[in-house]
Design a protein around this ligand. Structure first.
Ligand SMILES: C[S@@+](CC[C@H](N)C(=O)[O-])C[C@H]1O[C@@H](n2cnc3c(N)ncnc32)[C@H](O)[C@@H]1O
Length: 264
């Protein structure tokens, strides 16, 4: 069986990746505030709408965009407030200069697998942003896998209870050096055998910090922060008052970049 159990079941996604303290939303708001972003925010690859709604409640005017209709339906129902639209991060047109910030959380940016898709994403962000607008992103760090294999090749099990049933997942990560992708194979089973095993395959671009800097500069985006933590998903999690680090060595990458204004 194949499918995308998580994006097809947004409630399951939130149960598997809980964020009870809304760290992702709070970290994003902190970045936006520190760099003086205006109110209008596009959350691209917004998933269940959890962070988009948090930013809305913090006083922002938020549009959440995703490719998955199931995610969008869940977001509209469970996390109202933002406007939710279907858009492809490989290339989208939601208007010119209509957002003060684009945010892209939990590796959504890495669903741009090819250079063309990355260019499509960044030129779309450039069109969407006002001059001086921000791009805030949080994702896996490709550089982490240089010389480290601790997360690779060995199946890892996880289980949790959802709607009274134990769900088990066995996940294996492998590096595809030719495509420069981190590939993930995950097999889901339930302890009561109520549904057959579901195999889910996905992949993230292995994007390296210096490669990212080069791409951003080519699209008129100046890097303000690029670091491996603290952030919402780092081993020592971010909290208010902590400042960005200076290294890009650990497994998460945090980016704040500013679209150059016309006169600069
Ligand atoms: C790992 S989830 C992150 C969701 C959310 N940003 C969060 O932090 O909870 C990645 C999201 O990206 C969406 N996605 C994947 N490919 C996409 C694409 N090409 N365009 C727009 N969204 C995409 C998926 O549907 C999913 O909701």
């Amino acid at each position: 069986m194949s499918g995308n159990l998580l994006t097809d079941n947004p409630a399951l996604y939130e149960a598997r990746f809980p964020d009870p303290d809304r760290l992702a939303g709070r970290w994003t708001e902190d970045c936006l505030r520190r760099h003086g972003a205006g109110r209008r925010v596009l959350d691209l690859g917004c998933g269940t709408g959890r962070d988009a709604a948090w930013l809305h409640d913090a006083g922002r005017e938020v549009t959440g965009a995703d490719l998955s209709q199931a995610m969008l339906a869940h977001a509209r129902d469970q996390h109202p407030g933002p406007v939710y639209v279907r858009a492809d991060l490989h290339g989208f047109d939601l208007g010119q200069g209509v957002f003060d910030a684009v945010v892209c959380l939990d590796s959504a940016l890495l669903y741009c697998h090819t250079n063309d898709q990355l260019d499509g994403f960044l030129s779309s962000c450039r069109r969407a942003l006002v001059p001086g607008g921000l791009l805030v992103a949080e994702m896996r760090n490709g550089a982490y896998f240089l010389g480290r294999t601790d997360l690779l090749d060995t199946p890892r099990s996880n289980e949790f209870v959802w709607q009274g049933t134990v769900h088990r997942s066995v996940t294996t990560l492998t590096v595809d050096r030719t495509e420069q992708l981190l590939r993930r194979r995950r097999v889901w089973t339930t302890d009561d055998g109520s549904s057959p095993p579901v195999e889910q395959r996905s992949a993230w671009r292995l994007l390296f910090p210096q490669e990212l800097r080069h791409l951003l500069a080519a699209h008129g985006l100046e890097v303000l922060e690029l670091h491996d933590g603290p952030g919402p998903r780092t081993e020592l999690p971010w909290h208010e008052g902590l400042f960005p680090g200076r290294t890009t060595d650990a497994d998460r990458l945090h980016l704040v970049a500013r679209l150059e204004s016309e006169e600069s």
